[in-house]
Design a protein around this ligand. Structure first.
Ligand code: PLP
Length: 376
C-alpha cells in the first residue's frame, strides 16, 4: 500500500539511545522495546536500527514478535515481556538460549525448564500494577519450591503502574521497595547473579535507583516523552536529560484538489460549511490507515511549511484539508501528517491532545502496511 510513507531517522534514534547511555552505568543493559510493530514505527526496521545503535536486547510482547525477530536477527537477545497463551502447546518454539522470557507463575517456569536449549527465565513480581506477576504473598513458598526443584532462574522483574501519571512518586517508590524485598527473598535462598529490572522510559529517567541491571525503554527511544508529568518531574528534580528527537515522520501526497464556493458542505454528515471560497486538498489517508476519527474538524497537517487544517470528518481512507492560504499547493505535493515542515511541526503529542489519548496510541495505531524508509 503506497498511500503514505513512514520515514525513520537513524540519527534521532541513536541520539535518544545515547541519552540513556549517559544516565546508566556500563553494566546496565539497554533493552530496545519494539513490541506492537515498534510502536507503529516498523518492527524489523526499528530492531535493526536499535541493534546497530548498540541496544543489548530487543523487548517484545509476544512469542510471534520474537519469532519474527529471530528469523531476521539470529544472534539477538530477545526479552519476551507479555504472557504467552497456550504455553504448553507452543513452548518448543521457545527453545532458544537467547530468549529471555518473563513469567508470572511456577507452572510456566516448569514448562520452560523442560526445554533444551532452555530460554532464560525471568520471574515477574506483582508489586502494584495488578496485571502480570507473581503474587508476593506466596513468594517465600515459591522461592523455596524453585530452589528445591532446582529450576533455573535468571532474573527478577516488575513494572511500575503510575510513574507517568504523577509528579509525586511515592507509589512507584513503594513498588520499588516491594520488588527489592522480593529480590531479597531469593538472594537469601542462594540465588545469585540474578538480572534485576523494573524501569521503563519514565522510571529509568527519573529514578537512578530503579535502573538496576537492565532498563526497558520504548517510548523515549522513539523520541517521545512518556508524559508531560515525566517532563515536569524531571525539572522539579532539577534534572535535565537533554532533548528527545522524534524518530518518525508520517507523510502522504495531495491526491485531489477542490475549489469550493461559500456555503459548500464538506464530508460525511456535512459537519463543515464553508464561509468563504475555500480550496481543499484530499489526501489518501483516513482512519483505516491510522488517523484517529476524533481528528475530524480538529487539528492540522503541514503543506509547504504551512498549517492546513482538517475540515469535515475523517473518512475511512481519505481526509480533506484546507489549502486556501497555500496557493502554490498542487497535486502530488507532500503533506506532513506527523513531523515538521519549514518552521511548523505536528507532533504525536499534538494528536494525542486533540483526540484525548496518549502519544503511545497515536503512533502505535499507524497501519503496518506502508513502507518504512530509513534516513540518516
Ligand atoms: C511496553 C513496556 C515497556 C516500555 O515502556 P515505555 O514507557 O514505552 O518505555 C517496559 N516494560 C514493559 C513490561 C512493557 O510492557
Amino acid at each position: 500500500m503506497l498511500s503514505c510513507e513512514v520515514i525513520l531517522s537513524k540519527s534521532a534514534l541513536e541520539h535518544n539511545i545515547s541519552l540513556y547511555r549517559k544516565l546508566t552505568s556500563e553494566t546496565t543493559k539497554f533493552t530496545a522495546v519494539v513490541k506492537s510493530n515498534a510502536y507503529g514505527h516498523g518492527l524489523l526496521e526499528m530492531a535493526g536500527l536499535a541493534l546497530s545503535a548498540g541496544a543489548d536486547l530487543l523487548g517484545v510482547n509476544s512469542l510471534e514478535e520474537a519469532e519474527t525477530l529471530r528469523a531476521k536477527f539470529p544472534q539477538a537477545t530477545i526479552l519476551i515481556m507479555g504472557s504467552i497463551p497456550n504455553l504448553s502447546l507452543r513452548k518448543h518454539k521457545l527453545a532458544d538460549s537467547n530468549f529471555w522470557v518473563m513469567v508470572s507463575r511456577l507452572e510456566e517456569m516448569e514448562e520452560l525448564s523442560t526445554l533444551s536449549p532452555a530460554p532464560k527465565i525471568h520471574l515477574k513480581l506483582e508489586t502494584g500494577m495488578s496485571r502480570l506477576g507473581l503474587d508476593m504473598i506466596q513468594i517465600e513458598q515459591i522461592a523455596d519450591e524453585i530452589k528445591n526443584r532446582k529450576l533455573k532462574l535468571s532474573g527478577l522483574a516488575t513494572h511500575f503502574a503510575s510513574t507517568e501519571d504523577f509528579t509525586e512518586h511515592s507509589f512507584s517508590m513503594k513498588q520499588l521497595q516491594k520488588f527489592l524485598e522480593g529480590v531479597k527473598v531469593f538472594q537469601e535462598r542462594g540465588f545469585a547473579d540474578l538480572i534485576l529490572h523494573c524501569a521503563s522510559s519514565a522510571s529509568a529517567m527519573l529514578f537512578p535507583e530503579a535502573r538496576l541491571d537492565l532498563i526497558r525503554v520504548g517510548i523515549s527511544m522513539y523520541g517521545l516523552w512518556p508524559s508531560l508529568e515525566t517532563k515536569l518531574s524531571l525539572s522539579m528534580m532539577g534534572k535535565d536529560i537533554g532533548t528527545l528527537k522524534p524518530v518518525l515522520t508520517w507523510k502522504t501526497k495531495i491526491q485531489h484538489i477542490q475549489e469550493l464556493p461559500t456555503g459548500a458542505f464538506i464530508g460525511y454528515g456535512s459537519t463543515f460549511k464553508t464561509t468563504y471560497p475555500t480550496k481543499l486538498a484530499v489526501i489518501p489517508v483516513g482512519y483505516y490507515e491510522g488517523l484517529d476519527r476524533k481528528l475530524s474538524n480538529t487539528g492540522y497537517m503541514l503543506v509547504h511549511g504551512e498549517r492546513a487544517r482538517i475540515l469535515g470528518r475523517i473518512c475511512m481512507n481519505m481526509t480533506m484539508i484546507e489549502i486556501t492560504h497555500i496557493p502554490d499547493a498542487k497535486l502530488g505535493d507532500e503533506v506532513i501528517i506527523l513531523g515538521s515542515s519549514g518552521h511548523e511541526v505536528v507532533t504525536a503529542d499534538d494528536h494525542a491532545n486533540w483526540t484525548n489519548t496518549i502519544n503511545y496510541e497515536v503512533v502505535t495505531r499507524i497501519l503496518d502496511q506502508f513502507p518504512r524508509t530509513i534516513t540518516h
